[in-house]
Design a binder for this molecule. Structure first.
Ligand SMILES: C[S@@+](CC[C@H](N)C(=O)[O-])C[C@H]1O[C@@H](n2cnc3c(N)ncnc32)[C@H](O)[C@@H]1O
Length: 214
């Protein structure tokens, strides 16, 4: 298996997973997958080591998430992706959904450098890397309309800790393997969306600060 996939190989594999990619999407994902496999051989970025495994288990979330975000009536002007690591879900998400400004927040310098390289190679619009802990974000980055986060911290803790990073009508998108309609004080649950990955069910839950129509 070639560690640097061709765009047409990525398109074929995605088609097998039920997703038809445009030429541009296939090309951009092939760039990301090639870089990720190369860097992952030298430093710990993601568990799977081949591009096919990464596509099958990690990238699919991002296109499902893009589909959900496209349906929101109000598109976020500013999104924070907290604990972005190697750029998940954000970097592949930006291939499919490019609304507003998107900030990938990651304190580990090598991971942040990897993301900067990937964003630059892929020329992703309005997508920036911030090498910092979320607690150290400057005031200008603490007015997010949307916070996205994957495998960073338990969702209840995340909701409690990100309040100071949200705009008054801000929302938090939680990704998990469990369905639940529970919420935490100060948030309302706007929607739960189930989607399949590798034969298993996964869930998006969208919480809004306070409670408002969307
Ligand atoms: C388990 S990884 C998940 C990475 C990526 N979201 C994914 O799904 O592959 C969690 C990431 O959160 C980062 N992190 C840890 N503490 C953080 C903090 N206070 N603020 C922002 N990111 C943090 C870690 O460096 C790590 O890269």
């Amino acid at each position: 298996m070639n560690s640097h996939p061709e765009a047409r190989e990525v398109a074929l594999r995605a088609q097998g997973l039920g997703r038809v990619l445009t030429d541009d999407q296939a090309r951009l994902l092939s760039v990301y997958l090639g870089l990720l496999v190369k860097w992952n051989a030298r430093m710990n970025l993601v568990g799977p080591s081949t591009w096919t495994e990464i596509l099958d288990t990690l990238i699919q979330d991002s296109w499902h998430l893009a589909d959900l975000l496209h349906t929101l009536r109000t598109q976020p002007a500013q999104t924070l992706d907290l604990g972005a690591g190697a750029g998940l879900p954000g970097i592949p998400l930006r291939v499919f959904w490019q609304s507003g400004e998107y900030y990938l927040v990651e304190p580990r310098q090598k991971r942040a450098i990897f993301m900067e390289q990937a964003v630059a190679h892929m020329k992703l619009p309005l997508t920036k890397v911030i090498c910092a802990r979320m607690e150290a974000l400057p005031p200008a980055r603490r007015e997010a309309d949307l916070i996205v986060s994957r495998a960073f911290m338990p969702w209840q803790k995340l909701l409690a800790e990100v309040r100071s990073c949200l705009a008054p009508q801000g929302r938090v998108l939680v990704m998990s393997n469990e369905s639940s309609t529970d919420t935490v004080d100060g948030y309302s649950l706007e929607l739960v969306r189930e989607y399949p990955v590798a034969g298993k069910k996964r869930y998006f839950r969208l919480f809004a600060l306070g409670g408002h129509d969307f």
